[in-house]
Every structure is written in structure tokens, then in C-alpha cells.
Design a protein around this ligand. Structure first.
Ligand SMILES: N[C@@H](CCC(=O)N[C@@H](CS)C(=O)NCC(=O)O)C(=O)O
Length: 206
């Protein structure tokens, strides 16, 4: 029996989970969710109602994207994502992405809902909190911890993709050339193409 993955194609948390699962070669039964009409089985497994959720054949349920990434890579990590950088340092970057950057990204993306500041100032705050440091790291190496992909690269990429997508014309000439190069490499990768294949929304049988 395959693990079941409840997923949503464009969700950055679901994308990072799929990147790790595909990288590990873990074949899942993917169930594409409509977020406004979540399947009852998903909510039984994980009442908090977020995706991704992975149900393992032994009944264990992983309901956080990072748990899914680390579980997958512990099964199989063919290019050494887990060891590409020191574990605690990778985790610290991921925490900063999820705790500090993500709320600022949301404010930039949905600026009309956060009228305290114009979009450009939320964007500056997001750069100051996170992206400026990524730019510095990437200035002299291909990936965040060196010449090879780390779990942090995969965990952060879908969020940087969202940031770039808010105003693509601005991002194209932003003072973030190394980040742009890194993002382009991810967007052009066969792994990203593989995890973005479209699936029809899953319907429970019967
Ligand atoms: N901490 C969770 C966050 C997951 C999350 O927030 N996913 C969003 C979609 S991108 C979601 O499912 N939101 C619930 C909803 O929109 O109803 C994780 O890392 O898996």
C-alpha cells in the first residue's frame, strides 16, 4: 500500500513536501484537495485541516510539511540534502522562513488586506528579514549551503517563488541577482516539473 498524500498543487508547504517525497523516490497516492471543500477523511486524519498531510501505510499521520520532508529524506536521500549543511543551521533558516518571512510575504501578496503599509514597504520588510541574507549566501555558491542542494533550499524555494510571483517585473530587476539565479535553477529543474503535474481534484469513491 502506498502512503496517501493530501496535497494542493500551488501550496508552498505542499510543494516542499512533494519535492522531498519525489527526491526520495517515495511513490504516494496523491489526493488533490479543494481547500474550500476538504475531504472528510483528511479532516479525520488531521482536524487542523491544512495540507500537506501524509498518511503512512502503518497508520501514522504526518501533518506538517517539514515532518514529511524529513521523513521522506530519512527513507532515501540520494543527493545528501540532509547533510548538505549543518542540520541546526538548515533548521534555523527554515524557521526564519516560516516564522518571520511567511507573514511578511502574505502582507506583500495580499497588501489590500494590510493597509498599515503599502505593498512596497511590506516587500522591503520581507527582504530585510530574510531575503537579503539568502542573497548574501547565494552570492558565492549555487545553493544555500554550498554546491549541492540542501533540505533548506527545497523548503524555502516555494516561498521565494511566491514572492517573485507577486510582481514578476519588479523581481526581474530587483537587487537580488543571486536569488534570481537560484530561483530560475529551481523553476527549470525536472524535479519541480515533476511535482507540479496537474491532478484532478480527488473525490472519495462511491
Ligand atoms: N504548518 C503547516 C502549514 C500548512 C498550510 O498552512 N497550508 C495551507 C495551504 S498553503 C492550508 O492548508 N490552509 C488551510 C486552508 O486554506 O483552509 C505545514 O507546514 O504543513
Amino acid at each position: 500500500m502506498r502512503p496517501i498524500l493530501y496535497s494542493f498543487r500551488r501550496c508552498p508547504y505542499a510543494i516542499r513536501a512533494r519535492l522531498a517525497l519525489w527526491q526520495a523516490g517515495v511513490v504516494v497516492a496523491l489526493r488533490e484537495v479543494v481547500l474550500r471543500d476538504k475531504p472528510a477523511h483528511l479532516l479525520e486524519l488531521s482536524p487542523k485541516g491544512t495540507v500537506p498531510v501524509l498518511r503512512l501505510p502503518d497508520g501514522r499521520v504526518l501533518e506538517e510539511s517539514l515532518d514529511i520532508m524529513y521523513w521522506a529524506l530519512r527513507q532515501n536521500d540520494p543527493e545528501g540534502w540532509l547533510n548538505a549543511g549543518e542540520g541546526a543551521e538548515q533548521a534555523a533558516l527554515i524557521t526564519r522562513n516560516d516564522i518571520d518571512f511567511k507573514p511578511l510575504l502574505d502582507r506583500y501578496k495580499y497588501a489590500e488586506r494590510f493597509p498599515q503599509k503599502p505593498a512596497a514597504l511590506w516587500r522591503e520588510a520581507a527582504i530585510a528579514a530574510h531575503l537579503a541574507d539568502l542573497e548574501t549566501r547565494l552570492a558565492d555558491r549555487a545553493f544555500l549551503f554550498g554546491d549541492t542542494v540542501s533540505v533548506a533550499d527545497a523548503a524555502l524555494f516555494p516561498f521565494v517563488r511566491q514572492f517573485a510571483g507577486v510582481d514578476p517585473a519588479w523581481f526581474e530587476s530587483a537587487p537580488l541577482p543571486a536569488l534570481r539565479r537560484w530561483l530560475k535553477a529551481w523553476l527549470a529543474s525536472p524535479l519541480f516539473a515533476a511535482v507540479m503535474v496537474r491532478h484532478r481534484a480527488w473525490q472519495p469513491p462511491g
